[in-house]
Design a protein around this ligand. Structure first.
Ligand SMILES: [Zn+2]
Length: 586
């Protein structure tokens, strides 16, 4: 090649429109991303549905291959160079390039030693977490046994011993967590994020300050209801355990090990007996009919052929992950769900929830959405959309329509609302927006000294949740680390809080504007307008900012307004019940 030719080529490359260069780059990136996503999903699916060391190893290798591609220095450099010309690029191009950098940020090969050290530390942490042996009075006790004891025991000394046993894993996990505080922040800084919390906030299109302000607003708006619930619950529990009414609730009085949900307090609501004579298959079919009734297509045949939906048969040595999930294996039509459906109330809701994920995947799998953007408008949206279905399938008119309860079934409306608020929504916001989010922000963004971790943890539990430990919890403990997400899904919990607020907002719009029914008592079944509303949100995938999508769909920004109004009848009832009682703990 002559010097002249080379010069001409250089000039034409420099003069080529940036959009064209970006199109070529993204064509390759989408193809590579999708291919490796599929390889890793298949390997992880095998590991989750047939738990064996060799399947775990296969999933790890596939994960490394994907990270090596996504975090490749050449990929990072080109995406950055193109984003310097963002004004000359289409919005969907910019969003793809930003996604390329977010994907790279989890494993930037600009610093392979750091990435390797982080993966190794996380693998070690997971292994300690999964194999930790809890002991009660010298005898091994499983997590399920501890949960069961906390749900059934009425003996406070026994409850306290179980609660304290459940915190034994903290000290074992603390050294690894200290290492991960450094390594995760290091990985995030490699791509220019201030710290790991800032990286996770960016995945939601937010800054750390925006996340914290939003979570503080959630708590402020729900505080009056939370204080009323807290007061009612501590009086109930004091009576149950024949104790004086405390200011803060002792942690071992509550069934959940972190007081993140308060269950077992409302006896009136039990739908299990209505489902026990159904088949597990019919539960999943009812969930599919919920979605097809809204105008969505049938699930693809491959869903039924390849999913793993029911418990392993007795005598089968295969072990599978029992946590429900939905998988978009190839970012095309291979969508599978991993469940262990049994005919009970919990799985009835979970089946509707998981198929919500499946129909979100189906909706954005179309030519207008490139594979890099085949995901929720934000991580919270996937969960929020699935939760809307879970919420809708618990409404009494729907249960009557599907024959779960008889047509003359009389619901105790306040008991239903109370149970719903306690078990899945209101204490959860205090925990998720309060304790979890603030503690992790302190650890990652604030660089909190590990010598203060437990003190800070309990400061937040006391302040946000109004809960206190049964005994002093010094720095010899690390109670935060007993929560799985602190170890393996860091700085993500605020997403669940957003999803909770979002589901009330979407249900509110659907009930009032489309169904013209009360949000607490409505029936989505067979309503095509409801389906069209949900599809308009879901078919966009991540091609637009979630705030724009939400505002266009509902005319409203993310807000607790709907959630607060939903519980208005409950608040009025609680205020009556709590008359003359001291509200709150200060
Ligand atoms: Zn989900």
């Amino acid at each position: 090649m002559s010097i002249l030719n080379l010069m001409l080529m250089t000039i034409s490359a420099a003069a080529a429109p940036v959009q064209e260069r970006a199109d070529q780059f993204l064509h390759l990136m989408n193809a590579g991303y999708q291919a490796l996503y599929r390889v890793e999903s298949e390997a992880q699916w095998r590991a989750a549905t047939d738990v064996k060391p060799e399947h775990d190893a296969g999933a790890e290798v596939a994960g490394q291959a994907r990270a090596a591609f996504n975090g490749n220095p050449a990929v990072i450099a080109e995406a950055r160079a193109l984003l310097e010309h963002r004004a000359e690029l289409t919005p969907v191009t910019v969003r793809q390039l930003e996604r390329v950098l977010l994907n790279a940020a989890e494993g930037p090969m600009t610093n392979p030693d750091l990435v390797t050290a982080r993966i190794a530390a996380e693998t070690r942490q997971a292994s300690i977490l999964n194999s930790f042996e809890f002991k009660l009075a010298g005898q091994p006790i499983s997590v399920n046994e501890m949960d069961h004891r906390l749900q059934s025991s009425r003996d406070l000394a026994d409850r306290r011993a179980v609660w304290e046993a459940s915190k034994q894993s903290g000290p074992a996990l603390k050294p690894g967590l200290i290492e991960l505080q450094r390594l995760r922040n290091g990985v995030a800084r490699e791509l220019g994020y201030a710290d790991y919390f800032a990286l996770q906030a960016a995945a939601h299109g937010l800054t750390t300050e925006e996340v914290l302000r939003m979570q503080a607003e959630f708590m402020r708006d729900l505080r009056p209801l939370y204080l009323q619930l807290h007061t009612w619950v501590k009086h109930e529990l004091a009576r149950r355990y024949q104790q004086p009414v405390p200011d803060r609730i002792p942690a071992h009085w509550i069934d959940n090990r972190w007081a993140q949900e308060w269950v077992g307090l409302v006896e009136a609501v039990d739908f299990d007996p209505h489902l026990k004579d159904r088949s597990a298959e019919s539960i999943v079919q009812t969930a599919e009919t919920f979605w097809t009734g809204l105008g969505f297509p049938r699930l693809p045949d491959t869903f039924w052929a390849k999913s793993d939906l029911y418990p392993v048969k007795p005598g089968d040595p295969r072990k599978k992950n029992t946590h429900a999930s939905c998988w978009h294996i190839d970012l095309e039509s291979d969508i599978r769900s991993l469940m262990s459906v049994e005919p009970n109330w919990q799985w009835f809701g979970t089946a509707h929830h998981e198929l919500g994920h499946a129909y979100y995947d189906i909706s954005y799998t179309r030519p207008g959405v490139p594979p890099l953007l085949r995901t929720g408008a934000s991580p919270a949206f996937h969960e929020g959309m699935a939760e809307v279905a879970n919420m809708a399938c618990g409404m009494v008119p729907y249960l009557k329509g599907t024959g779960v309860v008889p047509a003359d079934y009389q619901a105790d409306t306040i008991a239903v609302l109370l149970n719903d608020a306690l078990s899945g929504a209101v204490p959860f916001i205090a925990w998720a927006s309060g304790t979890m989010t603030h503690w992790e922000a302190d650890v990652y963004a604030g660089g909190l000294d590990p010598a203060q971790w437990n003190e800070r943890w309990w400061q937040y539990v006391r302040e946000f949740q109004g809960v206190e430990p049964p005994s002093a919890r010094g720095e010899e403990f690390c109670d935060a680390a007993t929560k799985t997400h602190i170890n393996d899904t860091p700085c993500y919990y605020f997403s669940y809080a957003i999803a909770t607020v979002l589901r009330f907002q979407l249900n509110d719009y659907i009930a009032r504007n489309l169904l013209k029914q009360p949000p607490q008592n409505c029936n989505y079944a067979d309503n095509r307008e409801v389906g069209a509303f949900l599809r308009r949100i879901m078919e966009k995938g991540a091609t637009e900012d979630w705030r724009t999508i939400l505002r266009e769909a509902t005319g409203e920004d993310l807000s607790t307004r709907a959630m607060v109004e939903y519980y208005q009848p409950l608040l009025a009832w609680l205020e009556q019940q709590n008359q003359g009682r001291k509200i709150g703990w200060d």
